[in-house]
Design a protein around this ligand. Sequence first.
Ligand SMILES: *Cc1c(COP(=O)(O)O)cnc(C)c1O
Length: 224
Amino acid sequence: MSPETLVVVDGVCSVGSEEIRMDEWGIDVVITASQKALGAPPGLCVLGVSERAIGVFKARKTPVPNYYANWNRWLPIMNSYEARKPSYFATPAVQSVFALHVSLKQIVAQGVEKRFALHKEASTKVKKFIHDLGLTLVPTGLDHAANGMSAVYYPEGIAATDLLPKLSAHGIVAAGGLHVEIAAKYFRIGHMGISVTEPERGHLDATLNALKASLAECGYKPAL
Ligand SMILES: *Cc1c(COP(=O)(O)O)cnc(C)c1O
């Protein structure tokens, strides 16, 4: 137990697609971005911060070695806005803020519980398809695998430079690996946002069919 420790979650690919209960779970900071499961263009960093974390921040003795990302500059502005008073530090990226607002309104209108369930359902479908193709996921168990994306090892003998361009030719952009130790060994398929909440768009099926076809074009034959 470490009651003094602040718990900070990198929620970039989970906020909006994954159950997160900040207060209930005692999380102090959830940090995310506009472009993934929140479904808005990139450009905004979005933070949820607990009272405790704000308290720790206010009590810090060392100066913040940052100008724009210094909460000392933004908190008074936010307090003023909440009090309906004009205030200025720097012009925010207003187009991005409007886009995020639209996205958040859609998310709230649908209801987050429904959204979590839809992402879980889509993830189960994708992961089952991957398993049935004979491929292996990077997470070692489904109980701790993300619901907003799937990280998948390339099959033996097939590299990123074989598979990703073929997927691309089918109109599907998959991302390469990021984890330094195994980056070249796996790829990522995102299944979040409208691709999941508006299944009538057919994004998921198109992606899975393209994956199967691209693997076949690479000469891959699933082991029976
Ligand atoms: C995408 C992602 C990032 C990187 O965010 P960028 O804004 O693209 O730099 C960080 N953490 C997680 C968990 C992510 O999924």
